[in-house]
Ligand binder design. Sequence first.
Ligand code: HEC
Length: 167
Amino acid sequence: MFPRFPGPITGDLEGDLAILLLAIALIVALRAIDASRARNSRLASLAAGIALAGVSVVLFIDATNAPNPQFLNAPVDAARAAQGKTVYDHFCAACHGTTGHGDGPAAPGLRIRPVDLTVHVFQHDETYLAQAISGGMPAMPAFKERLTSEQIADVIEYMRLLGHQAR
Ligand code: HEC
């Protein structure tokens, strides 16, 4: 929705804009408690404050879901991805789905929905992803006993390929 630019507060201009807008929303909304003002203009201030806060939340959610350009632009190693596909189809597809969208046959039975890997793979660095896979997550088993670190690196490469295919 929004092209990525670096920003001084969160590192992302859209995220920074959301914070700035929230501060403005608060100032505008605070004008609603100024008793010397007419009731209608106080109500208008309140409405404007709430509307601005709403826009701020939308921007913030959009910013947190945006891919990190650094991860998005990194080249995919096709040979590793091909090896990763075997691992993925065997160990991951049941929950995360063959295309990575989190819609595998086992997904409906889980208490936490498997994430859409095609989105999440571009939000985290390799260390985080490898840690999630080897150590597991609240609703996801740990794979450190079943996969070598090589295989985990391969499956991450395949997730990145799925991410590009989904875009
Ligand atoms: C039993 C179902 C299941 C299996 C099998 C499974 N996952 Fe997950 N996975 C989940 C769920 C559910 C989450 C959401 C986080 C949680 O559990 O709280 C998740 C989260 C993740 C995350 C974290 C994403 C983020 O943004 O935090 C990664 C990466 C991941 N899975 C990769 C894999 C890979 C690779 C495999 C195969 C080696 C795999 N998963 C196998 C259910 C599963």
